[in-house]
Design a protein around this ligand. Sequence first.
Ligand SMILES: C[S@@+](CC[C@H](N)C(=O)[O-])C[C@H]1O[C@@H](n2cnc3c(N)ncnc32)[C@H](O)[C@@H]1O
Length: 421
Amino acid sequence: MANREAPVHRWVPWIAGFSRQFVQDALARHLPGPAPGVVLDPFAGVGTTLIEADIAGHTAVGFEINPYAVFVARAKLGAHRLESARLRASIRDFVAFMEESERTGRAPKASPPAAFRTRAPFYSPAVERKVLSAFDFMATLDAPIAALFRLAFAATMVNYSNYSYEPSLGRKASVGRPEVEDDDVADVIAAKLSQMADDAGWYRDTRANPERDDGRVFEQSFFDGYAKLAEGSVDLLVTSPPYLNNYHYNRNTRPHLYWLGFCTAPRDLKRLETLNVGTYWQNARDEECIDLDPSIDEAIREAIEAVRARNPDKGIYGGNGWANYAARYFNDCARFLDGAAWCLRPGATALVVIGNSILQGVPIPTDRFLAAIAASRGFQVANIHVPRKARVGSSIVQSSVRAGKANGGALYESVVELRWL
Ligand SMILES: C[S@@+](CC[C@H](N)C(=O)[O-])C[C@H]1O[C@@H](n2cnc3c(N)ncnc32)[C@H](O)[C@@H]1O
């Protein structure tokens, strides 16, 4: 069953979510039990690793910089405490409130987030009025139930907007889809909430060793936060860091970040950009020359210099900007592995799912480069496994970003299996 159908995982779509099956297999193989372990995902996203680890009875710990992803992961990890009956009663009140608002033409009190600017209106007027009425209703709820409503809104908010993921956030009109003049916003949100109420019961019934604390997510860069974990305390690390493809997690979650109030000004997004693994090409392209960490392998240096030499006539769009971005990316890979080395107990495994890249025509085998950096830090490289080369829509990281670009067959994903010695 794909994540988009699986209980709890299906709450919120996420552009680059792990396949839960991959995580389940990893747990079964590396932590077969009976004793539970500590499972870490330093780039937790919406928490696929953490949810699967938690269901299997392990202690789940994650780090994530995007406050929206943190909000989602925490809500899912708390699913077993969700009061389904109370939520269902609130859904009924919500539907009645929205019907009444429509019938009476009541003007909403809430207003859209002032700093959220888009080229075309994000919502058509009729849809926006309904969304704002939904916010008026949420303002009457107590915090735990309001959080579930906010989640249901966030999970569905792009569907009834004039934007969509193709795979980056863009106007529906620019890919030939009609704008959404009107929609039954209340129904869509209510259906999502009912699904959440159903899944909560499933989660309670399925979660092993229920008398445990919830899984935890630190809203912090792993690089700054890893020392919060006791040295040598992690039994298994399963993660997928951002790939070297400049996919803009922050920009693509702008609607969620602004509408939920996690960002109130562009500087909030800028902060997230600078924390993101590798930052972004946009932030590196103007720099004269970003150096690789001296501890990093010669082959990586050569590949980056080959990128740097490409298309000097193209200015910021030429090789230098991409070489700078790649240098930051691999420097951050080194920081990631230093953090992993701190957290893992001797003998523990790290599974890192990573996609390769082609920059300015230069192939960048990120899997082998990551493995080389790991080896320089005392990891044993147990295996580099390429599960599928043709990955249209079915890769480990279920990302249409890569599926869309994979048409020449040159892009692949690998599982780099490392052992901390
Ligand atoms: C490929 S996604 C992980 C998806 C995850 N496997 C899932 O199933 O949801 C990478 C995530 O890393 C996060 N990230 C980027 N830089 C980070 C950092 N320095 N510390 C923690 N998280 C970071 C991004 O916000 C993004 O959510």
